[in-house]
Design a protein around this ligand. Structure first.
Ligand SMILES: Nc1nc2c(ncn2[C@@H]2O[C@H](COP(=O)(O)OP(=O)(O)OP(=O)(O)O)[C@@H](O)[C@H]2O)c(=O)[nH]1
Ligand SMILES: [Mg+2]
Length: 311
């Protein structure tokens, strides 16, 4: 039996749908998804099986013009993930890309198009060919898509084009089959049943961060981090998890707490439900809100997940 295994990095502008695609290819949730840009903060590995082939997907942070130290570290790690991979998928939000060319385009769409252009330049510099995957084709017209595919393909940095919807699954099986062909002959790199490669404390913190963003993304445009401070297996088979939610300013604390603590309660409930399912045992979750104005610049948070802060 010949087995294959290798790495496929998924790069793209913030919000292109990279984590949604990673989860869909793996068939399980390994990376969190929100409607906010810059949700993924460090490379997350998901393991997908296609027959005798193991495709290790590297979901990367969005690539964009960085300002803060955390941003720079995120963007660098995204390119790092691409360099080490056997194949690169550049995922593009087709809706944003097409909208950016319209008169009166939204600034978010324009920003996304600028980020796409910078990724094309990065690929040109690296001399590597990528697979172009045009995402979010659900509900889009075919002719507009073809024109977009052609325009991007002419940059010369792509070997082929796929049109997909990570959300509803269209085209994803074809992309997966192609990725499987591109993997080198190799023994499998992970046990067959493993889907994610993320320490469980970190995954638990990510799940709470997802719920936090889902609930307060308008009021808290950027600033929050979650850390698991205790993870204790108990004799009765349950697990006790303590987490700190860090915000940058005292004024943000009430946003997370909500009226009578309702918002924090909702976040805790949703996170606990998902953790219970994920860990397959009862979970007791305790959340604390802390103010730390410099969390984004802190090495402790991200050093252990492979973000390199030395500039
Ligand atoms: N309509 C539609 N929406 C999608 C599709 N794929 C992803 N989305 C939505 O796009 C948003 C961003 O998805 P993510 O998977 O978090 O995007 P990302 O590229 O990982 O984002 P960052 O980690 O912030 O860089 C979410 O609201 C998704 O539900 C798709 O195929 N169609
Ligand atoms: Mg993501």
């Amino acid at each position: 039996m010949t087995t294959r295994a290798g790495f496929a990095a998924i790069i793209g502008a913030p919000n292109a749908g990279k984590s949604t695609l990673t989860n869909r290819l793996v068939g399980a949730k390994v990376s969190i998804v929100t409607q906010k840009v810059q949700t993924t903060r460090f490379p997350v590995r998901g393991v997908a099986m296609a027959g005798e082939t193991q495709i290790i997907l590297v979901d990367t942070p969005g690539i964009f013009a960085p300002r803060r130290r955390l941003d720079r570290a995120m963007v660098r790690s995204a390119w790092g993930g691409a360099e080490e991979a056997d194949t690169i998928v550049h995922l593009v939000d087709s809706v944003a890309e097409l909208a950016s060319a319209e008169p009166g385009a939204k600034s978010a769409d324009k920003r996304s198009a600028i980020d796409v252009a910078s990724i094309v330049e990065g690929l040109q510099r690296s001399g590597k060919k990528a697979i172009l995957a045009l995402n979010k084709i659900d509900g889009m017209r075919r002719d507009t898509l073809l024109a977009l595919a052609q325009r991007l393909f002419e940059t010369g940095v792509y070997s082929e084009v796929f049109m997909i919807s990570a959300a509803d699954g269209q085209g994803v099986d074809d992309l997966k089959a192609r990725l499987a062909q591109l993997m080198p002959e190799s023994p499998w790199l992970y046990p067959e049943e493993q889907t994610a490669d993320l320490p469980v404390r970190l995954l638990a913190a990510e799940i709470t961060r997802e719920k936090l963003f889902l609930r307060v993304h308008e009021e808290l445009p950027y600033a929050a981090a979650v850390e698991t401070t205790a993870f204790e297996e108990r004799k009765d088979g349950s697990v006790r998890i303590e987490q700190s939610i860090y915000v940058e300013r005292e004024s943000q604390r009430p946003i997370i707490l909500g009226k009578n603590g309702q918002t924090l309660k909702w976040i805790g409930q949703k996170s606990r439900e998902e953790l219970t399912e994920l860990l397959e045992r009862p979970v007791h979750l305790f959340l604390h809100v802390k103010v730390d104005e410099r969390w984004a610049d802190k090495r402790e948070f991200y050093g252990d997940v492979g973000l390199d802060f030395d500039v």
